[in-house]
Design a protein around this ligand. Structure first.
Ligand SMILES: C[S@@+](CC[C@H](N)C(=O)[O-])C[C@H]1O[C@@H](n2cnc3c(N)ncnc32)[C@H](O)[C@@H]1O
Length: 471
């Protein structure tokens, strides 16, 4: 036993794991210490910055012996930005630890024993995968170095450093679609050339606040939304000419008006300044109409990887009916509609349901229905109406499913359940509940939808077994 740990203590630490939030984990006399940007196998000297009853947190003060899994993070602002947490670890190790995080969640948070967890599926290319970016526009608080004219502002486009409102300038985000990066750069140049005033969040003065861009993976077309506090952009034609010339794949520019002093990026009114207001994404013969402001899976290549797993796990035959709870814009409902007799999608967001209907019509499906409402309210109603399904697909938000949804699934005796989750701990909790209600978990497939970050997506396959007396 060494000296008791104190804030500011500098201690040697050997890193042996990665925790669910992406921080490295080591132990000093069995006391757990979390270290951002540590790598398993590192021998470090760390400085303790937080002490709680059961754990502490420390910063790396010196790398004594680097792990063999450690790599040079390619992003120049990796250490400041906070958007990625695992760039300093090689990709195979990222996948290994994501698989382990899923296994650990099942083992530590449930009494389910061993469940078959497959190795996390890799994304073909773990870079440039995000199809959407919301970037902040800021102004450097000093004069443009090359400019003698007083008051000229130098524009910065970037992201907030995690948990702060400090803008990190980003010239090229390595997990963004390259088209989005080009549009942001071109917009920054044009804004600076035209000296568009920048919004000041402290007093609500100024004009431009954010740039939102979205690129289609299949068509290689993109859209830009300028979020501004006022409805008129000066010399807007010059701005449009510049960005269109610099990025020919840009097919539409929109203005979103957000005069409110809040952290919410988008206001309620959006108008087209030029070109289209939506993109088409064409995936495995399914077309999706996507506006830059609507929800769509941010990793399109990852969605294709998920489709591959879902086709196997859902295993739909022509006569099956399926319910897609938390269906969003229907990207998974339509995949199922190709093989099922009928698919019913349910989502709490009316906008998402409207998009799902448009997407279904765009593909000419006649076997889909969509209902706006909370799954925990709608599913019991469907049960009372006597509706029956052979498959339930669940894709809830991070907090997982409402308990009522799980209870009613079992009461309806839906024989097969496929559960898509972006949070291994709420997944573990819900799988344990479903097991208590008579389901068996057959397998879990983790998917690396978000390389370089700690996020891991999972798809679990369950079926109803036993006589249901345990209910
Ligand atoms: C992870 S997303 C699922 C996205 C969807 N599978 C898709 O591909 O578009 C979670 C969805 O759950 C919806 N949601 C959140 N709470 C809900 C609830 N209580 N009942 C139904 N839907 C809900 C959100 O609106 C969101 O669309």
């Amino acid at each position: 036993m060494g000296e008791p740990l104190k804030l500011g203590s500098r201690v040697p630490l050997k890193v042996d794991d990665i925790a669910a939030g992406g921080e490295a984990v080591g132990r000093v006399d069995n006391f757990v210490i979390f270290v951002p940007q540590g790598a398993p196998g590192d021998e470090l000297e760390v400085e303790v910055i937080e002490l709680r009853k059961n754990y502490g947190r420390a910063h790396i003060s010196k790398i004594i012996k680097p792990s063999i899994r450690r790599v040079q993070p390619p992003c120049p602002v990796y250490h400041q930005c906070g958007g990625c947490q695992l760039q300093h670890i090689d990709y195979d190790a990222q996948l290994f630890y994501k698989t382990k995080i899923v296994k650990d969640s099942i083992q530590h948070l449930t009494d389910l024993g061993t469940i078959k967890v497959h190795p996390c599926r890799r994304l073909d290319d773990p870079w440039n995968y995000r199809n959407k970016v919301q970037a902040v526009v800021a102004a450097k608080p000093y004069l443009h170095p090359k400019d003698t004219e007083k008051g000229r502002i130098s524009h910065v486009v970037g992201l907030y450093a995690q948990g702060t409102h400090r803008v990190i300038k980003i010239d090229e985000c390595l997990i963004q679609d390259t088209l989005n990066n080009k549009i942001l750069q071109a917009s920054r140049e044009a804004m600076e050339r035209l000296q568009w005033p920048v919004y000041n969040e402290k007093d609500g003065s100024g004009l431009v606040r954010y740039l939102v861009t979205r690129a289609s993976y299949s068509t290689r077309e993109a859209l830009l939304v300028v979020v501004a506090a006022q409805p008129r952009l000066p010399q807007v034609q010059e701005f449009l000419n510049h960005v269109k010339r610099r990025v020919p794949q840009l097919k539409g520019v929109l203005l979103n008006l957000n005069p409110h002093q809040t952290n919410v990026v988008l206001g309620n009114r959006t108008q087209v300044l030029w070109g289209k207001d939506h993109l088409i994404e064409d995936l495995l013969g399914l077309k999706f109409q996507i506006s830059p402001t609507s929800f769509f899976q941010v990793n399109t290549r990852g969605l294709l990887m998920m489709y591959d797993v879902l086709e196997h796990y859902c295993d739909l035959r022509g006569k099956d009916t399926a319910v897609d709870l938390y269906c969003g814009v229907g990207s998974l409902s339509l995949l199922m509609a190709k093989r099922a007799k009928r698919v019913l999608g349910v989502d709490i967001s009316l906008d998402a349901i409207e998009d799902a209907v448009v997407n279904s019509d765009l593909n000419g499906f006649k076997n889909t229905d969509f209902l706006a409402g909370a799954s925990e309210k709608v599913l019991p109603q469907l049960y009372r109406q006597g509706q029956r399904f052979q498959l339930a697909l669940l894709d809830p938000p991070r907090k997982g499913c409402d308990g009522e949804v799980l209870q009613v699934l079992a009461r309806m005796r839906i024989p097969r359940v496929v559960y898509v989750s972006c949070n291994p701990s709420s997944l573990a909790r819900d799988l344990e509940i479903l097991t208590g209600l008579g389901y068996q978990v057959h397998e879990i497939q983790p998917l690396d939808m978000f390389p370089q970050t700690y996020h891991v997506e999972c798809v679990a396959r369950l079926s109803l077994v036993g006589d249901g007396k345990s209910r």
